[in-house]
Design a protein around this ligand. Structure first.
Ligand code: MF3
Ligand code: CO
Length: 291
């Protein structure tokens, strides 16, 4: 998989340093995991410092958009209005909303209410009402770099059981994040997320996961939140991926709304919550780039 470089050749990472002084030891360490049968990351998804800086700038816009949503979302607004905010703020800061026209998605943001799991399409017909829980999933392209994060919002007074679902789902992300460090496995994170959800009586959606991100909206690896410790891709410094579990109050089954081709619902109509962050694996742990 990794082309064999001479020790005195320039490193593949673009640092301008000789391979032996740069990523040679790193590659040897990855090779050992590969020989032991693990899934390992290709060089193509390992970000350079310059790319990481680009993703940080993109994330700044994404975070600003979600901060604006957090301040203005309330009972009586439509999800169409949220879409308008997202479009206007993103574009005014020189960004492009990544969802717009992505594989035909018609809007700038995903808004998923109550039993909508994800990929809800903003609409003038969806008026937020007291007691709703809503996920707003924002993604930005800035100078070619992608960022992606989502938050939950409770509209007015929300039932205790829905509030708890939202809270526990956020905890799932925080607990998963603690497992993100170099030379661990994505399954370490996935199992931690899953266990916390199950411990609280919830299920985690299996068919839809997170993803690598950076130069594309969705890069390898695909990220599961029902995986097991010691399995799935090895985490190495420079990898960037999302933690975005979808946690259901009822069963884990979901289906796609055939009429719009996008919106995912829980099969049993129970509420679902999701928070999403974008995380960089560093030399000594990780850094949250976007939230
Ligand atoms: N933002 C979603 C994610 O977290 C992807 C949405 S794709 C869209 O991966 F087309 F629905 F916007
Ligand atoms: Co995502």
């Amino acid at each position: 998989m990794h082309k064999k470089l001479g020790r005195n050749d320039l490193c593949w990472c673009g640092s301008g340093k000789k391979y032996k002084k740069c990523h040679e030891a790193f590659d040897e360490r990855i090779l050992e995991f590969q020989l032991a049968g693990h899934v390992v990351p290709p060089h193509s998804i390992i970000k350079t410092p310059e790319q990481i800086e680009g993703m940080r700038r993109s994330s700044e816009i994404n975070i600003a958009v979600l901060d604006y949503v957090a301040e203005h979302i309330r009972e009586g607004i439509t999800t169409e209005e949220i879409d308008r905010w997202v479009y206007d703020i993103t574009v005014s800061r020189g960004g492009i909303p990544a969802p717009l026209n992505y594989e035909g998605f018609p809007k700038s943001v995903c808004t998923s209410v109550n039993d909508q799991v994800c990929h809800g399409i903003p609409s003038p017909d969806v008026v937020l009402k007291e007691g709703d829980i809503v996920n707003v999933d924002v993604s930005t392209i800035y100078r070619g770099y992608f960022s992606d994060s989502s938050r939950m919002f409770c509209i007015g007074q929300v039932s205790e059981e829905k509030r708890r679902l939202v809270e526990v789902t956020k905890e799932c992300v925080e607990i998963g994040l603690r497992e993100v460090k170099p030379w661990g496995f994505l399954g370490d994170m996935g199992q931690a997320v899953h266990e916390h959800a199950v411990k609280n009586g919830y299920t985690v959606v299996r068919e839809i996961g997170g993803h690598g991100i950076g130069l594309e909206f969705h890069e390898d690896p695909w990220v599961s939140y029902v995986s097991r410790r010691g399995t799935e891709m090895l985490m190495v410094p420079g990898m960037v991926f999302t933690i975005e579990p979808m946690v259901n109050m009822g069963g884990d089954g979901v289906y796609v709304d055939e009429s719009d081709g996008w919106t995912i619902y829980t099969e049993d109509g129970s509420p679902s919550a999701q928070w999403e962050i974008m995380v960089l694996v560093t030399e000594d742990g990780c850094e949250v780039l976007c939230y």
